[in-house]
Write a protein that binds this ligand. Structure first.
Ligand code: HEM
Ligand code: NAG
Length: 512
């Protein structure tokens, strides 16, 4: 009697297991067939060129990347990989994860624009969420679309950047520059200036780090925040570098500095909501005259405190180091070529010493060439990536010459390198690695020039950043008749989340 259930059970078990195997087989076959169809329909050719010798873990690539990073040669060496293989798209595999890396404008356009919906940011959210929460820079899909929808109108204003505020911060920066021609590192001043102006723009309250430069006041909460924000970014960089191993890294320091950042921003979120309540009460014209404060504008659209905080920190992160890095890289280069300063002086002379207006800033053509040339040679976001969330196809990269379409299976990370692309001689000529603003007289590049990204996630702060960088440069050119480099040799990367100049922007400035 007791035998029966025992004989029945194994039978059911075998049947279930059998069905399961059949199901697996079936789904593998349908996957195989559907992929074969995509490959055939698009004329895809296999990925031929790969960089790793260790075919699964890619330990050789990890070791090489770490070494190049510590020697500050990561960008030029990553560029060399393309030349070594003789193609603009190659593959690698790290810890079982597939990467396709490309410097083809057509591929990048496909990822960022044509097939935008086939890709997400991948691991970014994981590394950034402890600081950034779920803001625009850090989210995908519907969440991202909501953020973008919330923020975009606030960037739409034509004259968003406040030139008067820039001038106030500029005056403090000018004060910090020696007038006797002794060496000054402008990079340090640029990083202070951009956090001071960005916090004023976003919160209506500046960190004033230029003002309190020499007083190391342990109790000044603006100073404490500015430091904590730098450190919080540093913590993220360390975790990103370690990848999966960051799991074993202590996050105590990160938690501490993140909390400082959050509490600081929360005060301004409360301010913004209070100002909205006041406005609701008064609803009069007098309010219209008050200064534009980003957080106050946002609070008109939402009173969700966490959402407000997240978006504000996201924008601060996206906008601060980038603009400072652009200025630093550009001043490193132009201080090496006195003829450029002379040309800028000539151009700015039309202002006859007055502060520039919007209109006038826009008309400084040579200055814009310099900004474009710096963003070309030293794009401050030199590399980036997206994760394929479904099977898809890139137009280039397949076959031995990389000229055929390439099948991208779901789960592949597509890395792309504006740094490499911006230095391709087939786009920019044999002198592509030289800093030469004049080349912009005739250049009208498409996707091969991508400092601000493209497609639906194109940088929201582009106009703000270019206005700030133009203003700062214009004012320095007005105030000083000479700007000479005080560092030896060429530009070297300082690669964090963005890329600045490892030698800073050490110059000697001669007052006009
Ligand atoms: C020279 C200065 C700047 C450069 C080179 C730059 C570059 C970029 C790039 C490459 C991205 C795309 C990131 C990605 O999707 O993976 C981006 C996104 C973004 N940038 Fe900028 N940026 C600059 C300044 C600014 C400033 C000043 C602000 C704000 C005031 C800003 C706000 C944003 C925002 C909000 C995003 C996210 C857009 C989205 O995901 O929909 N950026 N920027
Ligand atoms: C800078 O580059 C952008 C993007 O290609 C282009 O639209 C703009 O005209 C360039 N500016 C100048 C002054 O050449």
């Amino acid at each position: 009697m007791a035998i029966q259930p025992e004989t029945k059970h194994p039978f059911l078990l075998y049947a279930a297991a059998g069905f399961f195997c059949l199901y697996l087989l079936y789904s593998q076959i349908t996957l195989y067939l559907s992929r074969r169809r995509i490959i055939r329909q698009n004329g895809c050719q296999p990925l031929v060129h790969r960089i790793n010798k260790d075919p699964f873990f890619g330990l050789d690539v990890i070791a090489e990347n770490r070494k190049l990073g510590s020697e500050k040669r990561f960008l030029p060496c990553a560029e060399q990989r393309f030349y070594r293989l003789g193609v603009w798209t190659y593959g690698s595999r790290i810890f079982g994860e597939s990467f396709v890396v490309t410097a083809e404008p057509e591929n990048i356009k496909t990822v960022l624009s044509t097939k935008f919906k086939d890709f997400t940011l991948g691991v970014r959210e994981h590394y950034f969420k402890s600081l950034l929460g779920h803001g625009i820079f850090n989210s995908d899909g519907e969440k991202w679309a909501n953020s973008r929808h919330l923020l975009r109108p606030n960037f739409a204003k034509d004259q968003l950047a406040d030139l008067e505020a820039f001038e106030r911060h500029m005056k403090l920066m000018l004060k910090a520059i020696p007038k006797d021609g002794s060496t000054v590192d402008l990079q340090e001043l640029f990083f202070r200036l951009t956090i001071d102006s960005a916090t004023e723009f976003l919160f209506g309250h500046s960190t004033n780090s230029l003002k309190y430069m020499d007083v190391d006041d342990e109790n000044n909460e603006d100073t404490i925040f500015a430091k904590a924000f730098n450190e919080a970014q540093h913590e993220i960089v360390q975790n990103v570098r370690l990848g999966g191993l960051s799991f074993f890294r202590s996050q105590k320091r990160a938690k501490h500095v993140n909390r400082i950042c959050h509490e600081y921003v929360d005060k301004f979120v409360d301010d913004a909501i209070r100002s909205r309540e006041r406005r609701d009460l008064e609803k009069d014209a007098a309010m219209k005259q008050t200064k534009y404060v980003f957080s106050h504008e946002l609070a008109k659209q939402t009173t969700d405190k966490k959402a407000l905080r997240d978006e504000l920190i996201n924008i601060l992160l996206a906008g601060r180091d980038t603009t400072a890095s652009l200025l630093s890289n550009m001043f490193f280069e132009i201080s090496k070529k006195p003829y450029i300063w002379a040309k800028l002086r000539e151009e700015v002379a039309q202002l006859e010493g007055r502060l520039p207006t919007y209109e006038e800033l826009r008309n400084l053509k040579y200055l814009k060439w310099c900004l474009n040339e710096s963003l070309r040679l030293h794009p401050v976001v030199p590399g980036n990536s997206r994760l394929a969330i479904r099977d898809t196809v890139l137009p280039l990269g397949g076959g031995p010459t990389g000229k055929s379409p390439l099948f991208i299976p779901k789960g592949t990370v597509v890395g792309y390198s504006p740094y490499t692309m911006h230095r391709r001689t087939d786009f920019y000529g044999p002198d592509a690695t030289a800093f030469k603003p004049e080349r912009w007289e005739h250049l009208r590049p498409g996707w091969e020039f991508l400092p601000f990204n493209g497609g639906p996630r194109i940088c929201l702060g582009q106009q703000y950043a270019l206005t700030e960088a133009s203003y700062v440069t214009c004012r320095l050119v007005q105030e000083f008749k000479g700007c000479e480099s005080r560092s030896e040799g060429g530009w070297v990367e300082q690669l964090t989340l963005t890329v600045a100049s490892d030698k800073g922007a050490k110059v000697s400035l001669t007052p006009a």
